[in-house]
Write a protein that binds this ligand. Structure first.
Ligand code: ZN
Length: 457
């Protein structure tokens, strides 16, 4: 039995999908106008881990996981204007970076990654339906959702009306009938990206994107809707209102799952506070993607996570232990204790404690895979990494020189087997590099009929 904390019900509930052969999960994805920071990476890693667990529990093909790309938004337009380029230059660049950065953290691509700019027709159709039903109205080229038209508005955030208006920091605009009303469509001026619509040339508001894309790709009611805790209000509240009103009261999601903030010790990490740390910087500094992933999973997903050097160092040392324990064994069966911890509202700290205590290498490897860890081989982890050249299809083994010459340098036998591997692949350049690297440490290799032996110089 799997249990998830449902923000709507404010309790941990047994997770029972509507159709266990077609489980649907949607997570609000990035607005692509800047490099993702560690706080942005947390939902990507958390929901990737949840997706792995669901596939383990219900079957490899049981889940359809969608994470959208918001590629039309005012911040993107501002960025494009600042650089003097088309908005698509900005969105394509940062989407590529996002995929690379998350990939380095072991985040598998979602099954679907709908782009807002490619779903405008669905948004327009949903807005038309909301107008027809009396839940939205047109005013001065804008279309607004009428909050008072939805008696259930506020069901997720459980805020009263005054708090909602204050929390949404809504613009008081003369065309609004009610200060809580929010934008579904807004006009685009000359030179601003826009699409033709029944209300003139314009562009969608952020909230309608998710509602329309969920409807188009997953259906009216999905199993799990996820995102950061900061999205509960107003974003998810607004998604709920739009979808429920457009779909005759059908709820948008059966479980609402939210991850906590990442903070920098005392304050929340955010672009506006200027205190962000990005995976790109950390990787550049020589940290491994798996180290960052484990650091992100070291706290329970609903708890705030303080991002400190100690957390990262601890994650690295845990991974060293796990790689030593797993060796180069083929994965066996995941440990039931680890799986049980994950089934209980994705309790990753408990799962990690149990994982570290395991003794059977094959079980360590399989259990770690559920958390998206130990994806490298023993030698890759300790000595360097393989990178694949997309053009030639060739792997190159790169040494981490610091590791090689330090006290934790790989043992000679491992180096010899790597060199043999390189020779078998006819990568003589690589084989020579390994020989030279050992020479630097005062170790001479001698190739003989019964294999390679070594001696101290
Ligand atoms: Zn959303």
């Amino acid at each position: 039995m799997m249990r998830l904390y449902d923000t709507m019900m404010r309790e941990k509930r047994e997770f029972v999908p509507a159709d266990p052969t077609r489980i649907t999960m949607y997570v609000c994805g990035p607005t692509v106008y800047g490099r993702a920071h560690i706080g942005n990476a947390r939902p990507a890693v958390v929901f990737d881990t949840l997706a792995r667990l669901i596939r383990h529990e219900f079957g490899a093909k049981s889940l359809i996981y969608a994470r959208n790309i918001t590629d039309v938004e005012d911040k993107i337009l501002a960025s494009a204007e600042k650089e003097g380029v088309e908005p698509s230059v900005i969105t394509e660049r940062y989407e590529r970076f996002y995929i690379e950065d998350m990939g380095a953290l072991g985040v598998q691509p979602p099954d679907l990654a709908p782009h807002a700019t490619q779903e405008i027709a669905e948004m327009v159709a949903m807005i038309e339906r909301l107008i027809e039903l009396g839940n939205a109205y047109e005013a001065e080229g804008h279309v607004l959702f009428s909050v008072p038209s939805d008696p259930d508005y506020g069901s997720l955030s459980k805020r009263d009306r005054e708090a909602m208006i204050a929390g949404a920091r809504v613009e008081v605009a003369p065309y609004k009938r009610d200060p809580a009303d929010f934008v579904l469509w807004k006009p685009s001026g000359e030179g601003v990206v826009g699409w033709d619509s029944p209300w003139g040339r314009g562009r969608p508001g952020w909230h309608i994107e998710c509602s329309a894309m969920i409807r188009a790709h997953l259906g009216e009611t999905i199993d799990i809707h996820g995102g950061g805790i900061d999205l509960i209000f107003p974003h998810h509240e607004n998604e709920i209102a739009q979808s429920r009103c457009a779909h005759d009261g059908a709820p948008l999601a059966r479980y609402w799952v939210h991850n906590g903030f990442v903070d920098m010790g005392s304050e929340k990490m955010s672009k506006s506070l200027g205190n962000i740390v990005t995976p790109a910087e950390l990787l550049e500094q020589g940290h491994r993607g798996e180290t960052l992933r484990l650091a992100l999973l070291s706290a329970h997903y609903r708890q705030p996570l303080s991002w400190t050097d100690e957390v990262v160092a601890q994650a690295k040392s845990t991974l060293d232990k796990l790689y030593r324990a797993a060796g180069d064994t083929e994965p066996g069966v995941p440990d039931e204790g680890v799986v049980e911890a994950l089934r209980d509202d994705l309790n990753t700290p408990l799962a990690l404690t149990r994982l570290i205590a395991l003794e059977d290498a094959a079980s360590v490897k399989a259990s770690a895979a559920l958390l998206g860890l130990l994806s490298s081989s023993h030698s890759e982890w300790f000595q360097g990494h393989y990178s694949l050249d997309a053009d030639t299809g060739r792997y190159t083994f790169t040494f981490n020189k610091a590791v090689l010459t330090g006290p934790d340098g790989p043992d000679v036998e491992t180096m010899i087997s790597l060199r043999n591997e390189a020779k078998r692949a006819r990568n003589f350049e690589e084989a020579d590099r390994i020989r030279d690297a050992l020479r630097v440490r005062g170790i001479v290799l001698e190739d003989g009929p019964s294999g390679t032996t070594w001696r101290k110089e």
